[in-house]
Design a protein around this ligand. Structure first.
Ligand code: FA5
Length: 337
């Protein structure tokens, strides 16, 4: 019997050594190490042996054979698994040095290009670039801009609220800024006039996307605070800016309007090549209440402010019919600019 056991063990070890795949290992495990395997069958025969000594010796031989087979299976499985993994890695390897045809160069997105060009134009006119946070307090976004809680004009901006209550604050008092105008307040509170800044940035509204609206878009705010600033300074600045940004052949107009934070207020429109007008932004003389919220004396200081839609300016300048094209991430559209 012991001879049979040793023969079975040697056959098993030779087969395991010769196994070429993990599937072979599974089959050999069933054949030799399983409950119905060859060694288990020999173990069952132990009972038929005559003496206790024979049973002990044969039992020890079977156990020894079984553990030798288990060890061999584990070792061979480890070798084959490592080989399979190496093969998979090699098959899935990406050659990052490979390129198809001539390399192409990327460039800044159309919105970024417009943003940077606008900054350049205004820096050329003597403005400095300022910025503020995208997550704002209700106070900076509305209240300091002459829109106390309950003011009907708040409804003009379909506001997105942030689920955050600041220490000592009220629920619903944190918003995604609906315009860049809160940067006016932050700038007035942070520095002494004279102030000549532009503040480009991302703003958020619960607007449904259409040809001229996006729920996330960009504005550039302008703020001038100095002595004896008049509406003529505002009109002159907008005229100079229009010529510098759009070039000759574009017409612009200021149209009387209403904003709570400016008085008087004007809307700024530009004429499309097809003759139709599109609204690009709002503007006006900074309201005395806004100067006060910014810590300034309206008897001493006056100023003007404006807020233009950057994306609208980009589509106007390039003759794009639909603002949604800007954000569809279609490389065929973007690479034209
Ligand atoms: C404002 O946001 C005022 N803060 C502008 C302002 C600043 C007035 C300073 C006076 C003084 P309004 O909601 O009209 O105003 O937006 C200004 C411009 O942003 C619009 O003229 C338009 O060009 C752009 N705009 C508004 N909503 C969208 C939108 N959903 N998608 C793309 N552009 C938009």
């Amino acid at each position: 019997m012991i001879t049979d056991i040793i023969a079975a063990k040697d056959a098993a070890l030779a087969d395991i050594e010769a196994a070429a795949s993990l599937e072979d290992i599974v089959a050999l495990t069933t054949r030799y190490a399983g409950k119905k395997g060859e060694l288990a069958a020999l173990k069952k025969q132990l009972g038929s042996l005559d003496s206790i000594e024979q049973k002990k010796a044969a039992g020890a031989a079977v156990n020894d054979a079984m553990s030798a087979v288990d060890v061999a299976l584990d070792a061979r499985r480890a070798v084959l698994s490592a080989a399979a993994l190496a093969e998979q890695v090699e098959n899935e390897r990406l050659d990052l040095t490979e390129f198809m045809g001539a390399p192409t160069r990327g460039h800044a997105h159309l919105a970024t290009q417009a943003w940077e060009r606008l900054e350049d134009v205004f820096v050329g006119l003597g403005f400095r670039v300022a910025e503020g946070p995208e997550v704002e307090t209700d106070w900076h976004n509305f209240e300091a801009l002459n829109m106390p809680i309950g003011h009907p004009a708040r409804g003009e901006w379909d506001t997105l609220f942030v689920d955050h209550v600041p220490p000592g604050g009220e629920p619903g008092s944190t918003v995604l800024r609906t315009h860049t105008s809160p940067v006016q307040i932050r700038t007035m509170l942070a520095e002494e006039p004279p102030i000549y800044i532009v503040a480009p940035g991302r703003v958020f509204r619960r607007d449904t996307p259409d040809a001229t609206h996006m729920p996330v878009f960009h504005q550039i705010e302008g703020l001038v605070i100095d002595r004896n600033i008049t509406m003529a300074d505002l009109a002159g600045t907008i005229d100079a800016f229009t010529k510098a940004y759009f070039g000759p052949g574009f017409n612009s107009r200021l149209r009387p309007s209403y904003f709570p934070f400016t008085e008087p207020s004007a809307e700024f429109d530009i004429q499309r090549p097809d003759g139709s007008w599109i609204e690009l932004g709002g503007s006006g003389m900074v309201h005395p209440n806004v100067l006060r919220a910014g810590g300034l004396d309206p008897e001493e200081w006056s100023g003007f402010a404006f807020g233009f839609g950057i994306d609208r300016m980009a589509i106007m300048r390039h003759g794009v019919a639909d603002i949604r094209e800007m954000f569809a991430d279609d490389i065929r559209f973007l690479e034209q600019f």
